[in-house]
Design a binder for this molecule. Structure first.
Ligand SMILES: Cc1cc2nc3c(=O)[nH]c(=O)nc-3n(C[C@H](O)[C@H](O)[C@H](O)COP(=O)(O)OP(=O)(O)OC[C@H]3O[C@@H](n4cnc5c(N)ncnc54)[C@H](O)[C@@H]3O)c2cc1C
Length: 395
């Protein structure tokens, strides 16, 4: 496969090392993680020891001292190893999102307290935005944080929280001033160990991503120290969320492309092996046309997403471009895994075949990180505003 323009020799070497590490240490555990519904804690420690966590966080805070390219290479290799539906999403949330909220908006003391432990895998991070009655419409969240002396008292409920069962640090989006609209949002970091009034709901049962612990979280007068606000002051939460969402969307798109490439590779190999009508499945013109279409979808998405990645590395990725990458790549992935499953016949419906898992895992990419309808709203909004790029809103 042609090397992406944003991958230099150092990143290519990292990709090889990560692929070898995953094959040696994680791949054989993947089925057990799917059965138990979460990735072993010891795997997080191992990932930390081997540089897979917080790769883009400065060494001064215990990270790998890399940049978004390091994060992206790791995410792609994890997807290629078939581990996106557990460790991959977990790490993208913890290292790629939570650590970056802390790096961008945390005080020096917060960074020193949390980031080195996250890089070692001792603290797993989660982001709790969505609520039972507010997903796309984030402004409608009800979770409230009321200042009481040196603490905030937090009340409310969150749902669909990735890493929710295991998280040691949860960034909670809450209203600190319900009357102030967007300016009334704040982000608070809950340290979950021994947090009175904090409860994890059941691990949600999903059609895919079986090794990912996705949960409801409940807050009943939970005391979060005032110094755990991601500052510099109350009311910055909405702007902070929207600033970080472009990377979240691009990282989803990157993984979708890696998944498409994997699906095509697996299916081409299967079709060359499977015998029917005295020949091979691959010999049929329909198989060839379908695989050609799938490979083209993957290649077109790769080209656009790589361009967005170059913009991200240069600090110029606009929200509408990230939204295009996310909806296009996840929509294309849906088509590719469906066609690839069809080419496997009945075996494609059997969970022991990787394509079956990939098909189920892929469905969420059109929904989370902001649904694809939300992505189109962002793109349309940018067209309405002369010179606009869709910044400043989730929806
Ligand atoms: C496995 C999984 C992991 C997740 N991880 C996290 C996490 O870690 N943290 C977190 O906070 N959230 C997480 N989410 C939540 C996810 O981001 C939301 O599910 C998503 O934003 C959609 O919100 P909703 O489910 O409430 O759907 P709704 O907002 O109720 O949307 C319902 C439908 O309406 C459509 N719609 C919405 N707005 C518009 C519009 N303006 N125009 C047209 N149609 C529209 C949507 O696209 C969707 O089809 C996760 C979800 C899942 C399933």
């Amino acid at each position: 496969m042609e090397r992406s323009a944003w991958i230099d020799d150092e990143l290519a070497l990292l990709g090889d090392q990560v692929a070898r590490f995953l094959a040696r240490e994680f791949v054989s555990a993947a089925e057990r993680w799917s059965q138990q519904g979460f990735v072993d804690r010891s795997a997080w420690w191992k990932a930390g020891e081997n540089g897979l966590l917080c790769a883009s966080i400065p060494a001064a805070y215990g990270g790998g001292d890399g940049h978004w390219g390091h994060e992206a290479v790791i995410a792609q290799e994890v997807a290629r190893a078939g581990l996106n539906g557990g460790f991959g999403i977990g790490n993208m949330v913890s290292s790629g999102i939570v650590a970056h909220y802390i790096l961008a908006y945390g005080s020096e003391a917060q960074k020193q307290r949390w980031l080195p432990a996250m890089a070692r895998g001792e603290l797993i991070g989660a982001v709790a935005m969505s609520e039972p009655s507010a997903g796309s419409d984030l402004k409608a969240i009800k979770t409230a944080a009321r200042k009481a002396g040196g603490h905030y008292l937090v009340n409310g409920a969150k749902t669909f929280v990735s890493n929710g069962q295991q998280a040691d640090l949860v960034i909670v989006a809450a209203k600190t001033d319900p009357a102030a609209g967007r300016k009334g949002f704040s982000l608070l970091v809950l340290e979950t160990r021994n947090a009175a009034g904090f409860q994890r709901g059941r691990a949600l049962e999903k059609i895919g991503l079986h090794a990912q612990d996705t949960s409801e979280l409940f807050f009943d007068d939970v005391r979060i120290p005032a110094e755990n606000l991601l500052g510099p002051e109350e009311g910055c939460g909405f702007a902070q969320l929207t600033e970080q969402l472009a990377w979240e969307r691009l990282s989803i798109a990157l993984v979708c492309v890696a998944e498409m490439e994997r699906a095509v590779e697996i299916t081409a190999a299967y079709a060359q092996d499977r015998s029917l009508f005295g020949g091979k499945l691959f010999d049929l013109q329909n198989t060839q046309f379908k695989l050609a279409e799938c490979k083209t979808l993957a290649a077109v998405a790769r080209s656009f997403v790589d361009g967005a990645m170059v913009a991200q590395l240069g600090g110029t990725l606009a929200p509408d471009r990230a939204a295009m990458a996310k909806w296009w790549a996840s929509d294309s992935l849906g088509k590719v895994v469906d066609d690839c499953l069809q080419l496997h016949g009945g075996y494609g419906y059997m969970t022991e075949y990787p394509i079956a898992r990939m098909w189920a895992d892929a469905r969420i990419a059109r929904i989370y990180g902001g649904s694809n309808e939300t992505m189109k709203s962002i793109i349309a909004k940018a067209m309405q505003t002369p010179g606009g790029n869709g910044g400043g809103s989730r929806a």
